[in-house]
Design a binder for this molecule. Structure first.
Ligand code: 6PG
Length: 242
């Protein structure tokens, strides 16, 4: 299993370690007149990081060097409480120190199938390409209680091997349509970082880390395993069963 563990006392300290990682990468890119292309996930966990970035890193990071893309998006309006972009806007972008030209959101309000095509083209236009897939500098992932990551759920493992960079997915219980990066696109990234907190994730983390046969059901375990060595940033609660 190719992954590195980074365990911290609590969610805030874990978020701070991630903020430092992003800051260092952005400064290096800015010093070389380059851009840091990051794809971020939604859900609740990342809001801890985005809130910290807004509060304490406004002056520490060369924000114009960072370009934000999305790992996945719920097919809702950006103003909907379910929206991943909306969550990030509320936590970070609304403070208006990040140039909107550096935000490449998935349009949850669009026809899903059309948006998957549009976003795939956008990635090919905006990012370098390697092995026939666009390359992100860093992809920030979470993990669901069912072992999903991005919007790749256990009932649709084929998204891990799709030759498309972006596909339409569906949440297995509520049927909500999603736009998602695919497994090969995620694994083509220069760096994959998981941000996992809370005791409710400890069992899934243990099963994936121990390569239990159960873990073969979990999309996240395939991403943990990718050649580029995923970095797993966790708090003590999520790591409690390791
Ligand atoms: C989404 C996310 C999803 C998320 C996990 C964990 O759109 O929901 O991209 O993959 O990372 O569901 O979510 P929490 O951080 O809320 O536990």
């Amino acid at each position: 299993m190719n992954y590195r563990l980074h365990i911290y006392d609590d969610p805030e300290l874990t978020a701070r370690a991630l903020a430092e990682l992003i800051s260092e990468k952005a400064i290096t890119k800015a010093n070389n007149s380059q851009k840091l292309n990051i794809a971020v996930s939604g859900g609740k966990t990342p809001s801890i990081l985005f809130t910290l970035l807004a509060k304490e890193y406004r002056n520490a990071i060369p924000w114009n060097a960072i370009r934000f893309f999305w790992v996945d998006e719920r097919c809702v309006e950006p103003t909907d409480s379910e929206s991943n972009f909306g969550m990030t806007y509320d936590a970070l972008f609304r403070y208006a120190f990040i140039n909107p030209e550096n935000l490449f959101r998935m349009k949850g309000e669009a026809v899903p199938e059309d948006e998957a095509v549009r976003y795939q083209k956008l990635l090919w236009d905006e990012l370098p390409v390697r092995n026939k897939f666009p390359i992100f500098d860093l992809i920030l992932l979470g993990i669901g209680d069912d072992g999903h990551t991005a919007s790749i759920f256990p009932d649709n493992l084929s998204l891990l091997n799709s030759d498309s960079s972006v596909e339409v997915a569906k949440h297995p219980t509520n049927g909500q349509k999603r736009i998602t990066l695919t497994g090969k696109t995620i694994c083509n990234s220069n760096q994959v970082v998981f941000f996992i907190t809370g005791i409710n994730k400890s069992e899934i983390v243990k099963q994936i880390a121990n390569k239990n046969t159960e873990a073969k059901k979990y999309p996240a375990s395939y991403i943990y395993d990718y050649d580029g060595s995923a970095d797993i940033y966790m708090d003590e609660d999520a790591a409690t069963k390791l």
